[in-house]
Design a protein around this ligand. Structure first.
Ligand SMILES: [Mn+2]
Length: 319
């Protein structure tokens, strides 16, 4: 790798896999003697402060550095990078796209995209081994964070013996599983519970779809600043009577963030793509224009239609 100035970017509204991947790339590049800048439009999250280089994650990149390599992690398409990418001058640096979303648009010059991988850090684990990067405890902790958070603690469809083997190898060099589980999955600010309460109050269940929407005003009243539903959409997806769940959140700028989940054999990835987003078969999302009520009726109609379509015996469930 000849690059000297490496820029690494992960997606807006970062999660554990995003931040684990970003800090892992940072550490790997440092090992290779590269200068590296880590950028996420929304910065890092408090509960992931234990990650090495978490304090080096910037919300904006310096404008005067001539980056010759761009590492993009956990982003299904370029728009997921937000301003971090759109503000980059042309020509853009050489792009390495590392991701596990089935809807990935292969926007990189090199695309390390594996939808079978349970997390982006699982792909990085193999890449780093190929590059001869040594697995320090800190690096292992970053990689394990992606594995644990994206699989909700090794509980999702797609977790394989290989996933467990990698996790085991990471623990062998000192990555603390209980720390990652506590910080990555369990720990949450009080504002998150208040957001859940607001969302749960408005939850509706119809035709196999369970959903809720939360307005900008409601979020402002509890000082909730994150753009994600912090697990509310997963909570709803576990309701027995539902097969699909949706959470709509109105952001400060008026756009609507939509999280979608479902249980096999249903899939939400196509639905998300049709709405301009992307994701995995069982977990996907998109961003829509407001107003909230219009976005809600659009999402609800499309989800119900998808449930009906995918419930039909003609639907190919092997996909
Ligand atoms: Mn991920």
């Amino acid at each position: 790798m000849r690059a000297t100035h490496v820029l690494a970017i992960t997606h807006v509204g970062p999660d554990g896999d995003a931040l684990g991947s970003l800090t892992a790339v940072g550490q790997a590049m440092q090992q290779l003697g590269k200068r590296v800048t880590l950028v996420c439009d929304d910065g890092s999250l408090n509960r992931f402060k234990y990650l090495a280089l978490s304090d080096r994650i910037q919300t904006e990149r310096e404008s005067n550095i001539p980056y010759d390599l761009l590492f993009v992690v956990d982003c299904g398409d370029e728009t997921r990078m937000g301003k971090a990418f759109t503000t980059l001058p042309n020509p853009k640096p050489f792009i390495i796209n590392v991701d596990h979303h089935i809807t990935n648009t292969l926007f990189g010059d090199i695309n390390l995209v594996d939808p079978e991988a349970t997390s982006t850090t699982e792909i990085l684990y193999s890449l780093f081994a190929d590059l001869g990067i040594s697995l320090t405890t800190d690096l292992a902790l970053s990689l394990l964070t992606g594995l644990v958070t994206d699989t909700l603690g090794f509980r999702t469809v797609g977790v394989t013996a290989r996933t467990m083997k990698i996790a085991s190898n990471l623990m062998e060099v000192g990555a603390d599983l209980s720390l990652v589980t506590m910080q990555g999955l369990n720990s949450k600010p009080f504002a998150t519970l208040q957001m859940w309460r607001t969302g749960l109050n408005k939850t509706r269940l119809e035709s196999g779809l369970i959903w809720t929407s939360i307005s900008k005003r409601d979020l402002g009243a509890i000082h909730y600043t994150s753009s994600g539903s912090a697990g509310l959409v997963n909570l709803l997806a576990n309701v027995d009577e539902a097969v699909m769940s949706a959470v709509l959140m109105e952001m400060q700028d008026g756009s609507i963030r939509v999280g979608l989940r479902c249980r096999p054999p249903y899939s939400v990835s196509e639905l998300a793509v049709n709405l301009g987003g992307g994701g995995h078969p069982l977990a996907a999302g998109c961003t829509l224009d407001g107003p909230l009520a219009r976005a809600e009726s659009l999402v609800v109609d499309m989800c119900k239609e998808m449930i009906q379509q995918q419930s039909s015996p003609l639907h190919d469930r092997s996909r």
